[in-house]
Write a protein that binds this ligand. Sequence first.
Ligand SMILES: Nc1ncnc2c1ncn2[C@@H]1O[C@H](COP(=O)(O)OP(=O)(O)OP(=O)(O)O)[C@@H](O)[C@H]1O
Ligand SMILES: [Mg+2]
Length: 422
Amino acid sequence: MADELICGVDIGSSKIATIVGVKSEASPDLKIIGFNTTPSRGVRKGLIVDIGEVTASVEESVEKAERMSGHKLTSAYVSVGGPHISSLNSHGIVAVSNPQGEINEDDVERVIEAARAISLSNTREIIDVSPRDFMVDGQAGIKNAVGMTGVRLEVDTHIITASLTNLKNIDRVFDDLGLANRGFVFAGAASANAVLTNTEKELGAVLVDIGGGKIDIAIYVDGALSYSSSIPIGARHITNDIAVGLRVSLDSAEKIKLHLSRYLKEAETLKKKTPEINFHDLNLPEEVTEVSLKSLVDGIIAPRLEEIFKLVFEEIEKSAFGQQVPSGLIIAGGGALTAGMIETGKKVVGLPIRLGIPDKVSGLVDEVIDPQYATTVGLLLYGAEDVAVGEGGFKNFNRIWKDFSIGGSVGKLKNFFKQFIP
Ligand SMILES: Nc1ncnc2c1ncn2[C@@H]1O[C@H](COP(=O)(O)OP(=O)(O)OP(=O)(O)O)[C@@H](O)[C@H]1O
Ligand SMILES: [Mg+2]
C-alpha cells in the first residue's frame, strides 16, 4: 500500500477545521501532517445559510492546512450534523443465491440494499447505511455473514438521512473550491469514532457532541450505531446567558466563558479556589471586573446545562435504547469544556459521564487533542478506514454502502462525466 493522503473538513457553526493525515504501511498509526481551524461564517445550527461565506471560510482553512502539510488537497471527507439529521432502523431480507447455501459478498450487498429500500421524501437523502446485526436462517447476533451457510439472510441496519438542500449546498462549496467530496459523515458518528472505546460501544454508550450551535447525538448498542439525532441548542446559548446575566456584549461573554474554564482548570491543579473570579486581564470594554464564582457557575451556567441534559435525556428516551447504555455519556465538542458540565450531567441524566478527548492519532497532534476537535479527528479516522476498504476489498460493508449516498455517488458521477468533457 502506498502512502495515502486523507483529508477531513469539519464544517461547524463556530469553526471550520481542516485536518490532513497520512496512512502508511510503515506505521499502524494515522499521522496528522496538517491542521487548521478558522472561525466559521455562514453556518447556523449545522445548516449552511450563506454559501459565499462558508466557501470563503472553508477556502481559508483548507489553504492553511495545505500550506502546513505541504500538499495540495484534492478531496476530503466532510461532516454533516444539526437538527436536519434523522435516523431510523430498517430490516432487510433476501434468499441466499448459492444453492449450496454459502453466503457471499453479493448476498450481503443485496440484503443491505433491501433494507435501504425505505420511502423517503424527495427533500431528504440517505447519508449512511450501517449494518447493526445479520441473521442467518433466524439466528441473530452475526457481525459478518460472509462464508456462513443458510438459505435466508436478514440484516438490521441503521440509516441516517439529511436535508438534501444542505448536502447540495456543501457540494456547491466543495465544487467551487475544486475539492471532491469523498463522503458525508454524520458529525456525531465521526466524534464517536474519535473518542469512544470499543468496549464502550459494545456495552452501549451515548456520544454527545456539544458544538457552538447544535448537539449531535450518536447512540451505540452492541457495538453498532443504533440511533442518530441532533438538537438545536449549543454552547453559544451559554454565551448568550452570560451576556444577559452580566450585562455584557456577546464578545465579552465568550471571553468570560473561556476564561472561567481556564481558571477552574488551574484552580483544580493548584487546589485553590477563590470565591470571586477576576476579569482584569481580559480588558473588557465593560465595567465588569470581578464576579462571584457561585453566581456565574451555579446561577447563570448551570440552569442552561440542566436544560441541555434534559433534552439529551429526552433523546435517549426517544431512542428506546435507554436501558442499553451502561457506559453512559461521553461528551465531546467545544461545549464539553463548559464549567460544571460533568457534575450537572451526572445529576440530571443519572448515568456515568466522561469527557471525550480524541487521542487515537499521532503526528502534529497537540492542538487536536481537545474535545472540540472530536468530529475533525473522527473524519480522518473514518477516511482511513474507508481507504483501507478501497484497497483491501470487502472488509466493512458500512463503508462500501456509503458510496451509494449522495456525496460519494455524486462525486463519482461527476468524475466519470468529466472524462467526456473536452
Ligand atoms: N474551554 C472552553 N470552555 C467553554 N466553552 C468552550 C471552550 N472551548 C470552546 N468552547 C465553546 O464551544 C463552542 C464551539 O464548539 P465546537 O468547536 O465544537 O463547535 P462547532 O463544531 O463549530 O459547531 P457545531 O458542531 O455546533 O456546528 C463555542 O460556543 C465555544 O464557546
Ligand atoms: Mg461540531
